[in-house]
Design a protein around this ligand. Structure first.
Ligand SMILES: Cc1ncc(COP(=O)(O)O)c(C=O)c1O
Length: 394
């Protein structure tokens, strides 16, 4: 089967929800993947910030082999040891108190929205059900999370959208203050906006959100689905801001490619849920949590996170040193970087791909770099060289 064969068959039977590039990756190892025509690519998308340890990591393969021989799935009607292990690890590292497991980022955010509302309902304040969210954010594709997403293009055609969301401007305290009322239950924000263009929150702004939440008795929710699990250079991005949210969500990197999501909360916020309030059939099953345990063990060590900071800094400097009039700025944290251009970059993505480097956009004008977190200097140099060559051809 060639790329073309697979694409032609796919077009007939797979629903038309993605503007796909005409290649079909069939093999991966480390930071590289190969398509059905045998062409090799350096993968700086990593399944969109998912493959934290690169492709087909030996230790993750071993865990999967062991766990598939022991137990794949049982219901959350019973205690699941790898799930308990994972919850203990995440709580220990993050400073939160309780974990809920699901299968994706949108599901984790949906859980966070439900928990915030139920928390106030249980505290006899059911009138507090509004969530302040941000323009240019991205929280997922379920009805509630696409409504929380402050980008009209994702919402068009899906009316009626669920009520209860109000939109502030990212990094603008005055717009947040204007929206706070005695109906506000929570403020929900990505500490580093991903899809919206790789924008880290201003530290003073994020700290002020914490203060507003404390002052008003409302909950602060961080969506770390993209920036969490080591991507920012800290295990959780909020750890570099010196504050703790009441609820935090994560997904993408958590399973290193195996689907899993999580919502962590403080004991106080977690008290909003009682048995029957929320559930997920597959959430936290033995196979997914066994893999995530190993990912968390590997990603959370100081040496691993040092490498994310070191290589992230090196990649950022290398990108910033490129002389091209169309580049406006390079920004981001750790290995979540964006290069903003003065023009749309879709064609540049294709040229990079043809030259053997996989990249993707974050909004129309920003090129996103979210490679595996265990990349090395040689791979960074190779990526930058291909990127420069592609810029010349663009
Ligand atoms: C910050 C953020 N939240 C939520 C999501 C949705 O995650 P998923 O696609 O796993 O539902 C994404 C996906 O890109 C994201 O970047």
């Amino acid at each position: 089967m060639t790329n073309k064969d697979i694409a032609e068959r796919g077009q007939k039977v797979v629903m038309n929800t993605y503007a796909r590039f005409p290649i079909a990756p069939i093999k991966g190892k480390g930071s590289y993947i190969w398509d059905a025509d045998g062409k090799q690519y350096l993968d700086f998308i990593g399944g969109i910030a998912v493959c934290a340890l690169g492709h087909c990591h030996d230790e993750l393969q071993q865990v999967i082999r062991q766990q598939t021989a022991a137990l794949w799935h049982v219901s959350n009607l019973y205690w699941i040891e790898p799930q308990v292990n994972l919850a203990e690890k995440l709580i220990d590292i993050s400073g939160m108190d309780k974990a809920f497991f699901c299968n994706s980022g949108a599901e984790a955010n949906e859980a966070a929205i439900k928990l915030a509302r139920k928390y106030f309902y249980r505290n006899k304040e059911s009138g507090r059900n509004q969530i302040v969210v941000f323009n240019d954010s991205f929280h997922g594709r379920t009805l509630a999370t696409l409504t929380a997403t402050g980008q009209k293009k994702y919402q068009e055609g899906f009316a009626p959208l669920p009520p209860g969301f109000a939109y502030a401007d990212f990094n603008s305290l005055t717009t947040v203050e204007k929206l706070i009322s005695d109906e506000t239950a929570a403020i929900m924000i990505e500490p580093i906006q991903g899809e919206g263009g790789v924008h880290p929150a201003d530290p003073v702004f994020l700290n002020s959100l914490r203060r507003i939440c404390d002052r008003e008795g409302i909950l602060l929710i961080f969506d770390e689905v993209q920036c969490g699990v080591g991507r920012s250079g800290k295990f959780m991005a909020y750890q570099s801001y010196g504050i703790r949210p009441d609820i935090v969500t994560m997904a993408k990197g958590l399973g290193g490619g195996f689907p899993i999501g999580a919502m962590l909360a403080t004991d106080k916020a977690a008290g909003g849920f009682a048995p029957g309030d929320h559930a997920s059939t597959f959430g936290g099953n033995p196979l997914a949590t066994a893999v995530a345990n190993r990912v968390v063990e590997l990603v959370s060590t100081p040496a691993f996170l040092d490498n994310v900071n070191k290589l992230g800094g090196y990649l950022r400097e290398s990108l910033a040193s490129i002389k091209d009039e169309r580049i406006i700025t390079v920004r981001g944290q750790g290995l979540m970087l964006g290069v903003e251009f003065s023009t749309p970059i879709r064609e540049l993505v294709t040229i990079c791909m043809e030259n053997g480097l996989l990249l993707l956009g974050a909004g129309a004008n920003v090129m996103r770099f979210v490679p595996p977190l265990n990349i090395n200097e040689k791979e960074v140099n190779q990526a930058v060289a291909i990127f420069k060559k592609s810029l010349q051809e663009w």
